[in-house]
Design a protein. Structure first.
Length: 117
């Protein structure tokens, strides 16, 4: 009987610990991050420097109808203390498409949920 009981405890622990870690990570505060999507490099460089504009992978650009380049991530909540040091929404404010992701959890390791808006 004791051996069977220990086996169940070990099994439940091996299942319970990862589930508990996931539940804890989702309960921690998360920051919503955004980045602007552009149809071409020139449009991106009107808002950001050439070093901040990167080519998007074909899947993320075409799935949102957005284009081939994106700017850097910035905090969606512009009143956040952390937003003071990020690149911001861009100089012109003429962006029609953004990509959103959530950053948070253990050590701010982020999960990206991509969605055009």
């Amino acid at each position: 009987m004791a051996l069977s009981r220990r086996s169940k405890v070990v099994g439940l622990t091996l299942v319970g610990l990862p589930l508990g870690a996931v539940a804890l990570a989702t309960a921690l505060p998360q920051d919503q991050m955004r980045r602007n999507l552009y149809p071409d490099r020139g449009a991106c460089e009107r808002d950001y420097s050439a070093q901040q504009c990167q080519s998007s992978s074909s899947s993320s650009g075409s799935s949102h109808g957005g284009g081939g380049y994106h700017g850097p991530y910035y905090y969606a909540d512009r009143n956040s203390v952390a937003a003071r040091s990020d690149p911001g929404t861009g100089r012109t404010g003429q962006v029609t498409l953004t990509q959103t992701s959530m950053r948070g959890g253990f050590g701010s390791i982020g999960r990206a949920f991509s969605g055009g808006s």
